[in-house]
Design a protein around this ligand. Structure first.
Ligand SMILES: [Zn+2]
Length: 147
């Protein structure tokens, strides 16, 4: 199904399903479950989601991103990549790793090790895409409803 055709509860359920699967396949199941929500984050940055300890929160602009995806597969891939990025923050937090900045050398190293090629310069994103292991981990991801 397309993301916009799901109920709000189904949207959240699907995002959590992606988190669970990524945790199993790319983090050896080491990460905790997190609460997820989509709400107005009132962010100055044009980012789609944030990690807070215990939660991954999506901004309302995530709806626009999903609308802009031509196919169901593209929607699932985009959502998975955003969740994976936040899971790298979660991993660094839960492992107690120290980084020079939010997306410093530790973030970029751990991202690469967990399926995400993520390059930042001076906290500005330069490049981000799934690596081969990231692509393999999400290739069957789709949003599914109750029907
Ligand atoms: Zn980030």
């Amino acid at each position: 199904m397309r993301f916009e055709d799901l109920s709000f509860a189904e949207k959240i359920h699907n995002l959590q399903k992606f988190h669970k699967s990524l945790n199993k396949n790319l983090f050896n199941g080491e990460l905790s479950n997190v609460m997820m929500d989509i709400r107005n984050l009132k962010n100055a940055d044009p980012c789609f989601a944030v990690f807070h300890p215990g939660a991954i929160l999506f901004d309302l602009n995530f709806y626009d991103l999903m609308d802009s995806c031509a196919t169901q597969k593209k929607q699932a891939c985009c959502a998975a990549q955003i969740i994976l990025h936040e899971m790298i923050h979660q991993y660094i937090h839960e492992k107690g790793l120290k980084d020079s900045s939010d997306h410093g050398t530790v973030f970029q190293r751990e991202a690469e090790a967990h399926g995400l090629h993520s390059i930042y310069e001076n906290e500005c994103i330069k490049e981000e895409r799934l690596t081969l292991i990231g692509c393999v981990a999400i290739e069957n991801f789709r949003f599914t409803g109750k029907k």
